[in-house]
Design a protein around this ligand. Structure first.
Ligand SMILES: Cc1ncc(COP(=O)(O)O)c(C=O)c1O
Length: 379
């Protein structure tokens, strides 16, 4: 079946008990046992529940893997994936990885004996130079948040294969509709489902998609033991969101390109970073491995003052953290999402004080351009 058919139907079969087309929300913490040791497949909602199982089946199918496990947030899913490593193991990560991943690895996971190196994963040479005898994982975010650096997934897949590494890819910015990392050799795909997969900014969630049975077994153990599996109502919301993923992503993609072109031609904007523009350093790689360019754009207004003026004057675009919802969100990475990254590292990886990130929604494009135009006029 095609992507949209799978997104609508896998895991979403009509309820056999009532015929309800939409799966009911199983808002219960526990399940009646028929007899000692006998149940209908569920016993306790931390361990599993039908809404979680339905969503996990659907997401595994969309990413092209045998299994997926959903968590309360993207960070919980990513934390579970790092727990596949053992004390003394080393992981190479994209240096401009999402700020929360930087905080988790540098401030928490190092306390458990894991080692991390942050490199520009758009460079095969830099990845190879960072590898050590104890390197076990290559963790790539592409495109990166918010610097929009694209890594060559086929090259990463080759390195992982040659060096026996687990390749984990954060596919949050594009969703499985626009990018399928497993086809390039990824073993694990993670998402913040809070973003495009849910798409309506009304719950948080995360998923780890797994190609190998041994990883799946461990991740399921972590999910049910540590207890960060996603609750029924939130699974229902993400399942509902996923049904429209393809049409939303088409519109996000078209709006993203239109806003990138508008900003690129605007005299008050110093620099636009969007993989869909030929000026982007990895434009050709993005064209090769992505089905579209998405709707995440960063642009530099030169100074904090200019960025503040724009952000204080937008009316339709909302000044808020997060991304990937139907509504346009705009933010200032240096003081918001990436504030936990030290200033010198922020500067080095291009998160300047004048950098603004926009998550272009699916509103009418004329309205979005008019809003940005009037706010840019205030600078
Ligand atoms: C690329 C990326 N990965 C992971 C996360 C973490 O997801 P969550 O906020 O759902 O924990 C985010 C959050 O913004 C993100 O942008």
């Amino acid at each position: 079946m095609g992507f949209s058919t799978d997104a609508i139907h896998v895991g979403q079969e009509p309820d056999p008990a009532t015929g309800s087309i939409v799966a009911p929300i199983y808002q219960t913490s526990t399940y009646l046992q028929d007899a000692l040791g006998q149940n209908k497949g569920y016993d306790y909602a931390r361990t599993n529940h039908p809404n979680r199982k339905a969503l996990e089946r659907c997401l595994a199918k969309l990413e092209g893997a045998p299994s997926a496990y959903v968590f309360t947030t993207g960070m919980a899913a990513i934390d579970a994936v790092f727990r596949l490593l053992r004390p003394g193991d080393h992981c190479v990560l994209s240096e401009s990885v999402y700020g929360g991943v930087f905080r988790l690895t540098t401030q928490l996971l190092v306390q458990f004996g894991l080692e991390f190196s942050y490199v520009d994963t758009s460079s095969v040479e830099k990845i190879e130079a960072a590898l050590r005898p104890n390197t076990k994982m290559l963790y790539v975010e592409t495109p990166t948040n918010p610097t929009m650096i694209v890594s060559d997934l086929a090259a990463c897949g080759r390195i992982a294969k040659d060096r026996h590494l687990t390749l984990t890819v954060d596919n949050t910015f594009l969703s499985p509709y626009l990018q399928q990392p497993i086809t390039f050799g990824a073993h694990i795909v993670v998402h913040s489902m809070t973003k495009y997969l849910n798409g309506h900014s009304d719950c948080t969630g995360g998923v780890a998609v797994l190609t190998r049975a041994e990883d799946a077994e461990k991740i399921y153990f972590i999910q049910r033991s540590a207890g960060a599996g996603l609750a029924p109502m939130d699974c229902f919301l993400v399942s509902r969101g996923v049904k429209t993923l393809a049409v939303r992503m088409e519109r996000h993609d078209a709006n993203g390109m239109a806003i990138a072109k508008f900003l690129h031609g605007h005299p008050k904007v110093d620099r636009v970073v969007y993989p869909g523009l030929p000026s982007h350093p990895q434009h050709d790689i993005a064209k090769r491995q992505q089905r579209g360019f998405g709707a995440m754009i960063s642009f530099d207004l030169g100074t904090l003052d200019a960025a503040r003026k724009l952000l204080n004057h937008v009316k339709l675009c909302s000044l808020a953290e997060s991304l990937g919802g139907v509504e346009t969100l705009i933010s200032h990475p240096a003081t918001m999402t990436h504030a936990s990254i030290p200033a010198d590292i922020r500067q080095r990886i291009g998160i300047t004080d004048g950098l603004v990130r926009i998550s272009v929604g699916i509103e009418d494009i004329e309205d979005l351009i008019a809003d940005l135009e009037q706010a840019l006029d205030k600078i």
